[in-house]
Design a protein around this ligand. Structure first.
Ligand code: 8YV
Length: 330
C-alpha cells in the first residue's frame, strides 16, 4: 500500500523529516523557500497532510486546490494562519503545539521585559559605538522590575508562566486581564489579581501581551490604550503582530509618552514598521520567543506526531478544530 503524501512546508530539523519519511512519502523544503500561496497550493494538490508554520495561510481557496488534504499540523501554538472555520467546513483537521513551548516562551517574555526596562540593547549599542567615556548618574537609568506592578493581558499558559516568574522570582504585584478569570487556585498559584483592561493599563509598570491573534484582538493596544499607560511604563509584545498598532506605538515611544517597548512580533513581519527602527527606546527581536533548540525540536516532533497519529487512523493529539469525519475520506 502506498504511503500517505505530506508536505513539510518549511525547513525543519532533518532528522525529524527522516522520521516522517518512515511513515509518509514526504516532499520537504530543505532550502527553506518562501512559497507564494499559489506555489503552496500547487504543492498541496496531491498531499494528504502538511506540516506548516505560522507563515502559511491555510484558507478556503487553498483548501479547494488541495482536495486530498486532511490535516495541517502547525509547528506553533498560535494558529491565526489557519482559517479554522474554512478548515472545519472542508473537513480538514488542524493541530498546533501547545505546552511544549510554554516555559521557554515565558522565559523569553521575561528576558525581553528585563532587557527593555533596563535598556540593555540601547546601552550596548552606545558602548559598541565607542561612546562610553565616563560614568554618569543617569546613564541608561531605566525602571525597576522587582517590586513593580506587572500587568499581563492574556492569561493562558504562557501568561501564567510570566506571572509566576514575576510574582515568585521578582516580588512583583501581578494584575491580569483575560477573556475569562482563572480559577481561584490558579490565581493563588500565580499570585495574580483580575482587573479590567483600563485599570491594568493605568496601573501597570510593565504591560505584557500574550493574547492569541484574532479579528477581535486586532489592535488590542492602539493609540487610546497607549494613552492610558504611565509615562514610565514599558510594553512587551510576545503575542502576535497586529495585537499592537505599531505605527501608534512608534509615535508614543518617540514622544516618550511611555518609557520603552520590547517587541518580538510585528504587524506584517518580517517587515518592521520603519518608525520602530528609528526610535531608540525599543528592543526588537525577530520572533524568537520559542527559539531554543530543545523547544523547537519538541514543537517539530509534536507536529510530526500529530501527522503520524492522525493519518495513521488515530485521533489528532492536539487538535484546534473538530471537523466532521469522512468529508475527505479519512
Ligand atoms: C513560532 C509562535 O516559532 O508558537 C507560536 O505561536 O509564535 C512561534 O513559536 C512561529 O509561529 C513559527 O511557527
Amino acid at each position: 500500500m502506498s504511503k500517505p503524501r505530506i508536505l513539510v512546508a518549511r525547513a525543519i530539523f532533518p532528522d525529524i523529516v527522516d522520521r516522517l519519511r518512515e511513515h509518509f512519502d514526504v516532499e520537504d523544503n530543505p532550502a527553506d523557500a518562501i512559497w507564494t500561496p499559489h506555489e503552496l497550493a500547487a504543492r498541496l494538490a496531491d498531499k494528504d497532510g502538511a506540516l506548516t508554520t505560522g507563515s502559511q495561510r491555510i484558507d478556503a481557496a487553498l483548501l479547494a486546490a488541495a482536495p486530498r488534504l486532511k490535516i495541517c499540523a502547525n509547528m506553533a501554538v498560535g494558529y491565526n494562519n489557519f482559517d479554522v472555520d474554512a478548515m472545519t467546513s472542508a473537513g480538514v483537521q488542524g493541530t498546533n503545539t501547545p505546552d511544549v513551548l510554554t516555559e521557554t516562551t515565558a522565559d523569553f517574555g521575561f528576558a525581553l521585559l528585563m532587557a527593555t526596562a533596563r535598556r540593555m540593547t540601547e546601552s550596548e549599542h552606545y558602548l559598541r559605538a565607542g561612546k562610553w567615556t565616563k560614568w554618569s548618574y543617569d546613564m541608561f537609568a531605566g525602571s525597576d522590575i522587582h517590586g513593580s506592578t506587572l500587568g499581563i493581558i492574556g492569561m493562558g499558559r504562557i501568561g501564567q508562566g510570566i506571572a509566576r516568574r514575576g510574582a515568585h522570582g521578582f516580588g512583583m504585584k501581578v494584575v491580569y486581564h483575560n477573556r475569562s478569570r482563572l480559577s481561584p487556585a490558579l490565581e493563588a498559584e500565580c499570585k495574580a489579581t483580575y482587573v479590567g483592561k483600563e485599570e491594568l493599563l493605568r496601573t501597570a509598570d510593565h504591560v505584557v501581551l500574550v493574547v492569541p491573534y484574532s479579528a477581535a484582538s486586532h489592535h488590542t493596544i492602539g493609540a487610546a490604550e497607549l494613552a492610558l499607560m504611565k509615562p514610565t511604563a514599558t510594553l512587551i509584545n510576545i503575542a502576535r503582530g497586529g495585537i499592537v498598532d505599531d505605527a501608534a506605538l512608534a509615535v508614543v515611544l518617540r514622544d516618550r509618552r511611555i518609557a520603552a517597548a520590547g517587541l518580538d512580533v510585528f504587524e506584517g513581519e518580517p517587515s518592521v514598521h520603519p518608525d520602530l527602527l528609528t526610535v531608540p527606546n525599543v528592543v526588537l527581536t525577530p520572533h524568537i520567543a520559542s527559539a531554543t533548540v530543545p523547544t523547537r525540536r519538541a514543537m517539530a516532533n509534536l507536529a510530526a506526531d500529530n501527522l503520524i497519529a492522525f493519518l495513521g487512523g488515530q485521533g489528532p493529539l492536539t487538535p484546534v478544530n473538530q471537523p466532521a469525519p469522512g468529508l475527505r475520506g479519512q
